[in-house]
Design a protein around this ligand. Structure first.
Ligand code: SAM
Length: 433
């Protein structure tokens, strides 16, 4: 007697719900809420929705206070919804807010900035009046929402024909998403993609990553095959212009990706440094010294600290290009988060501390900064939540700093991220910032 093969039972279909979308959250997802149905009373995170949409969703995860759901259909589109100017936007997931207008994106960034500052209870920055006077999203004239990235890290895969495709790892699927071009890369980077694909086809490996930087001399590429050692293709360093500032950059070290907005930030740092005054600055998380150029222009000697040795060559090249003597620009390899102190010790106590930490922030360094004697601190950060937390720590107690400004910059259009520039002045020190 033949037996029928046992079939595996189908998993139950996820519950569906229809929800109004309220806002975008820091991080990129939209937030929806329902009064009734299976998600009643929960905060529901939905990728791909726009504030003002009414959406049909399938529940993926349900916890006590929140849920995550997949967008199934837009039942009533928000007036702020638009067709994204990118064919692979949904699969790639790198630009989750591209389905909404630029105005809606800006309004959400400002609301997120205000919300995070308010939530962190920064001493002296809690009343509605102070928040309205000291916290805002800056409008950078001429900054574009497309074609803005001078640096990009792409994945690459060889297909059955031997040809190589470049692309991104999909945010939701973690699968490779090939791209013919990418709307947020500069035209120079997009134009270089065919030559990059051909160069990658000559690699022994079938997959890996490649980091590209577009500059005056062409496109510098750093190829990381899997397996195999990293190596350059094309020039090892190129000159990238941040506004009027030429800067020596390499794909091996950190580089601000949005040259127009980062250029405005560097100009602002120079103006602030002049206004705050002093002769000696300590710069923490200095990278290859983009903000050091602003401190030099404002007349400071700088002790710059950074963990990545690959950033040093660019720092020294830019210093020499600007004719700054070595004693006004000392670059130190230092793991700041491990030790909580810059090492070796700065040449002199700083008048000004500038810090630009990675996303996790720099809470470990706050005790050193508070004890450093610095009269002012400029904090640059790509994470609003950790920036607000660190500002609250800097502002604590009578010996702390007064936070005089918290500005957001639209550095990463189409994402839930923004750059923050905050100014802190030691209590009792007059300032006009
Ligand atoms: C947001 S980037 C800023 C770099 C530079 N200010 C710029 O604008 O080009 C943060 C920098 O912190 C460095 N970094 C990360 N962890 C570090 C650590 N533990 N100690 C020192 N530097 C670190 C990274 O290598 C990176 O260059």
């Amino acid at each position: 007697m033949s037996r029928r093969p046992r079939s595996t039972p189908k998993p139950p279909a996820p519950p569906l719900a229809t929800l109004p979308v309220l806002r975008w959250a820091h991080g990129g997802d939209a937030v929806a809420m329902a009064d009734d149905g299976p998600l009643a009373g929960l905060v529901v995170f939905v990728r791909g929705a726009v504030p003002g949409d009414v959406v049909r969703v399938a529940v993926e995860t349900k916890k006590k206070r929140w849920a995550r759901a997949r967008l199934v259909a837009v039942e009533r589109p928000s007036p702020e919804r638009r067709v994204p100017p990118c064919a692979v936007q949904a699969a790639c997931g790198g630009c989750p807010w591209m389905v909404g207008t630029r105005e809606a994106q800006r309004a959400s960034r400002e609301a997120i900035l205000l919300g995070e500052v308010r939530k962190s209870l920064i001493p002296g920055l809690t009343s509605d009046e102070d928040l309205a006077a000291k916290v805002r999203l800056v409008d950078v004239a001429g900054a574009s929402e497309v074609g803005y990235r001078v640096r990009a890290k792409l994945a690459w895969r060889r297909g059955p024909s031997g040809a190589v495709a470049v692309g991104f790892m999909g945010k939701a699927s973690h699968a490779f998403v090939p791209i013919p071009r990418c709307e947020v890369l500069t035209p120079a980077l997009n134009d270089a993609l065919p030559a990059i694909r051909r160069a990658l086809a000559a690699e022994a490996a079938d997959r890996g990553e490649v980091t590209l930087v577009a500059g005056d001399e062409g496109v510098a590429a750093w190829v990381e095959p899997t397996p195999g050692p990293g190596h350059p293709v094309g020039p090892e360093q190129v000159t990238v212009r941040f506004g009027a500032r030429p800067f020596t950059a390499s794909p091996r070290a950190f580089l601000q990706a949005n040259a127009a907005v980062a250029g405005a930030l560097v100009d602002r740092v120079e103006a602030l440094a002049r206004e705050l005054g002093g002769a000696h600055a300590v710069e923490l998380f200095a990278g290859a010294g983009l903000f050091t150029t602003a401190l030099w222009a404002a007349g400071f000697a700088v002790d710059a600290y950074e963990v990545d040795p690959a950033a040093r060559a660019g720092f020294e090249a830019t210093r020499e290009r600007l004719g700054v003597p070595a004693e006004r620009g000392r670059w130190h390899a230092s793991d700041l988060l491990l030790s909580g102190v810059p090492s070796p010790r700065p040449a002199a106590p700083p008048d000004l501390v500038l810090l630009d930490p990675p996303r996790a922030g720099a809470a470990e360094l706050v005790p050193w900064i508070r004890a450093s004697g610095a009269r002012a601190v400029i904090l640059v950060s790509c994470d609003v939540a950790t920036a607000a937390r660190d500002l609250a720590l800097l502002a604590e107690g009578p010996e702390g700093f007064e936070v005089t400004r918290v500005d957001g910059y639209d550095m990463f259009p189409h994402t839930g991220h923004q750059e923050v520039l905050a100014v802190c002045v030691r209590r009792g020190v007059p300032t006009s910032s």
